[in-house]
Write a protein that binds this ligand. Structure first.
Ligand code: PSU
Ligand code: MN
Length: 328
């Protein structure tokens, strides 16, 4: 593990000093050595959010998009009891094929996939899980599709994603296309406000609603340029205000789905989940898969398009944040 690579004198694991369980991919090691900014990507979206092989193709396309905009992608997962920062091709393939057999890893689940060392189950990190690992690795920007939030009916189920609490405490920017209306978007924004999480929007005034561009709910502030976003983020963290920032950007117009159709699929998926008694961490993956079926795959195409767009926004932001730090 600690061997030097043959063609250089740099250590093979520059992240070991940050935490001994962090294991960067060779591409991430190279990016760190070159001073290229990193963008974290989650793995629950791969294992639990999309079917094989579209999940694998999407993961690759998203990585390529980040690279195209000047940053290095680092897909995060827990494999063989180590926190992988960047996955090489065979490992990404393994995770994509494992699908729902991989453990869905949020904050509370991290010990379960680390405690057994190499015998631990494979772990696909959620937004919360990925934020924790990204912060450990010193990565400031993280791109996902949609975040978890306050579920409809949370007043009785208490179902509020750990993603929101993580945004409150962990200093990483999460770029997303808002959240699906399987959630209560109004309550999700209220929760974020209570916990002091700024919600920025790029490209429109509204917080985005995943397959649909507008949610009817305003973000706190619209900041279209990566430079303006970077200044806002630095201003927050320079004040000692730890915690995340949510940056929402809408699905590209050409790929957005009709609101009425989406509302119908979501209502049906929620009714099916209730009839089946689905609960706990199974709820979100169940709803995602159900909506894909009900939409005849249209939701998947929109999902892929929006994640790629988020990767462009996140890649540009990572470059601007790195420049802002250098300008200091
Ligand atoms: N929303 C999506 N796609 C996803 C997820 C959410 O549109 O793949 C995943 C993310 O990994 C998110 C997790 O962090 O689901 C939230 O799960 P829960 O609601 O159980 O906290
Ligand atoms: Mn939940």
């Amino acid at each position: 593990m600690s061997a030097l690579s043959p063609n250089s004198s740099r250590p093979s694991n520059p992240l070991a000093s940050r935490h001994p369980l962090l294991q960067p991919s060779p591409a991430v090691v190279d990016a760190l050595a070159a001073g290229r900014p990193l963008v974290a990507l989650e793995s629950t979206i791969v294992a639990h959010g999309m079917p094989y092989p579209q999940n694998l193709h999407t993961a690759r396309a998203v990585e390529a998009m980040v690279r195209e905009h000047g940053a290095e992608p680092a897909t995060i997962a827990v494999i063989d009891g180590r926190i992988r920062i960047g996955l090489d091709e065979p490992t990404l393939e393994r995770l994509a094929q494992a699908g729902p057999q991989a453990l869905k890893v949020s904050r509370r689940d991290l010990p379960a996939v680390l405690a057994g060392g190499a015998r631990s189950p494979m772990g696909a990190t959620t937004v919360a899980g990925t934020m924790i690992c990204a912060a450990l690795a010193g990565i400031e920007v993280f791109v996902t599709g949609g975040i978890g939030g306050v579920h409809r009916g949370a007043a009785t189920t208490f179902d509020i994603s750990a993603d929101l609490q993580e945004l409150a405490r962990t200093s990483v920017v999460v770029v997303c296309a808002g959240a699906k209306s399987i959630l209560d978007l109004g309550l999700t924004l209220e929760y974020l406000e209570t916990h002091g999480v700024p919600v920025l929007s790029a490209g429109q005034d509204d917080f985005a609603a995943f397959y649909v561009r507008e949610s009817g709910l305003r973000a706190d502030q619209r900041l279209d340029s990566p430079e303006a976003q970077a200044r806002f983020i630095r201003a927050k963290w320079d004040l000692g205000l730890t915690g995340g920032v949510l940056l929402s950007t809408p699905v590209p117009e050409a790929d957005a789905l009709p609101r009425d159709a989406v509302d119908g699929w979501i209502a049906q998926a929620l009714a099916d989940a209730a009839a089946q008694g689905v609960s706990g961490k199974a709820v979100t993956p169940y709803l995602l898969a159900r909506i894909e079926k009900l939409s005849g795959g249209r939701s998947l195409a929109a999902n892929i398009a929006l994640v790629k767009h988020n990767a462009e926004v996140g890649g540009r932001l990572a470059v601007a944040l790195a420049a802002d730090r250098r300008a200091g």
